[in-house]
Ligand binder design. Sequence first.
Ligand code: A3P
Ligand code: MG
Ligand code: MG
Length: 368
Amino acid sequence: MNQAIFDIQPVNRFGGSNTTIRRPKEIACFSYDQDRRFSLGDASIAYYYPPSLPADLNIGFDTFQKLNDAADEHLDALLDTIVAMEKETGRKCETDVVTWRGMMTKILTAPFDMMNGFEMNATCYQGTIFIEENNSYKNRQKELQRNQRMPPGMASQDLMMYWGYKFEVLSVLRKPWDPCTREEIENRQNEVVNNSAQYCSVVKTGMGSIRMVLGGEVDAVWDCKPDRKEDSIHWVELKTSAEIRNDRDMLKYERKLLKFWAQSFLLGVPKIIVGFRDQQGIVHRLEELDTAGIPGKVKKVGRGSWDGNICINFAAAFLEWLKQVIQGDGVWRIRKVEKSHAIEVFKVEESGHGDILSSTFKTWRETS
Ligand code: A3P
Ligand code: MG
Ligand code: MG
């Protein structure tokens, strides 16, 4: 097996603020509705409106309509959106990497997330590397997480997951605040929680010499999407987190901030609203975080358990290296084993592109 290895450690070699970053810019968007039907455009956009406090996140757990995401969706929705955009503009979307934001979050946080692993599939097509999550790995991880024993007195994994979605429902409106009636705002309490509906932003961004097109869900917009394409969008990421009671909780929260920051930074989401909840799932207070200020805060007032510059420099160096490794025909696996200090890349198929690229996408590119 021909294997290439990229060392994560020692991370200090990635220090300093010397990597150029391209500010993420939305180039297209798509939506899923409550029945998980795909459409181009912003049908499922949501508008932030603060929840009334205290907010009980347990209500309605018995009626939760949970999306079954076990099936492998590859990059299909993202590629459909790129095809539509290319048809509309008449220009090919030239970029080095196309992937979901979630994959890039795993790469960006790898220098400070020793515990977790990941598995992705990648292929090179017309000069672009396409990266998807390895679906069987994802399902295996979910199964392990589900079977994890919880300490006595702690809520189940399923209930805790529900809390996150319930918080989103309590914090957004389906249309801008202005024409909403008090009744509509208060009715959020009674809405059935369904996590199929999503708004996904497709952005052009980059690190170092690597240009990327990323697709990822955004929870809400603060005001409205601006009319002018060049103006940035005031996206809001919604998160819940356990109330911080001691030093240990503080360190746990600081580690969580790495994920919050990476996820939002990649799509250019400027603000994160954290709902702090108690052990029973009641949110008592909200905190607004400026995404750009999080790494500085962790370094200056926190424990300094991670460094955003190291993450960016590492990701840029890794992707530049990956561009040299993944060339020509075939499918590669990108893998980081839990607790390991390196990312391995090896070929799993000698020819073709596996199922990473949809036939719609290939047909379009081959005939245009
Ligand atoms: P919290 O983040 O408030 O816990 P996102 O924050 O990315 O918009 O995701 C919304 C919610 O989906 C999360 O809310 C959480 O409830 C659930 N979720 C997302 N990723 C998850 C994961 N890897 N494991 C379990 N639940 C997850
Ligand atoms: Mg979300
Ligand atoms: Mg969220």
